[in-house]
Ligand binder design. Structure first.
Ligand code: 5GP
Length: 206
């Protein structure tokens, strides 16, 4: 036995993958961007758990895992969530931890589409994550996009608009995001997110 073992500093394995977080207010087009980034990078989309009821546009198990309040609380208590938040003060949303950790261990890019509160938790727990925030070109465009979605009434649209303004201010003030992108053209936004992800995967600086 040698009297001292070589003790190399622990290194991040080359197959450690990349946790990519995309946030942005509703109506900014982040879901469209997210889907295209997932396709282009061959990434794993993290399916969140939520207590919000499904809408006609949602496919359970694909867009979200729809769970009861009790089930959500159980997941928190069991440490099953990587991050979680109450969004719009109404419903809870959270990222199931295991599928994310497993995919990262396989060297995959894992994409989380989550709000600012959740992104800040990810930043604190997994500092190597890449955090991207999508901005609307301007207020008028944001309002127009919220209206066009036609999912909600005027009152709900006004609430989402005010919430969007708050979310943008919080994101900008947090210092947690690596990249702010103005989504004036989807193709350009998708290309920029993919570029930043590839650069990070190749060990580029933050
Ligand atoms: P929606 O109900 O419109 O699908 O989503 C509302 C908001 O919840 C969006 O801003 C979305 O990014 C956020 N969200 C979705 N899943 C999660 C999650 O797992 N964690 C957090 N913190 N926010 C989420």
């Amino acid at each position: 036995m040698p009297d001292h073992e070589p003790n190399p500093a622990p290194r991040r394995p080359p197959s450690a993958g990349l946790l990519l977080v995309i946030s942005g207010p509703s109506g900014v087009g982040k879901t469209t961007i997210t889907r295209q980034v997932v396709d282009r990078l061959g990434a794993v989309f993290s399916v969140s758990a939520t207590t919000r009821p499904p809408t006609a546009a949602d496919t359970p198990g694909v867009d979200y895992h729809f769970v009861s309040d009790e089930e959500f609380q159980r997941m928190i208590a069991a440490g099953d969530l990587l991050e979680y938040a109450r969004v719009f003060g109404k419903f809870s949303y959270g990222t199931p931890r295991r599928p994310v950790e497993e995919a990262l261990a396989q060297g995959r890019v894992v994409l989380l589409e989550i709000d600012v509160q959740g992104a800040l938790q990810v930043r604190a727990n997994l500092p190597e994550a890449l955090l991207v925030f999508i901005l609307p070109p301007d207020d008028a465009t944001l309002l127009e996009r919220l209206r066009k979605r036609g999912r909600e009434g005027e009152e709900e649209i006004a609430r989402r608009f005010a919430e969007a303004k708050r979310e943008i201010a919080t994101a900008e003030g947090s210092g947690a995001y690596d990249l702010f992108l103005v989504n004036d053209e989807v193709e350009k936004s998708v290309a920029e997110v993919c570029f930043a992800a590839r650069k990070r995967l190749q060990g580029g600086v933050r």
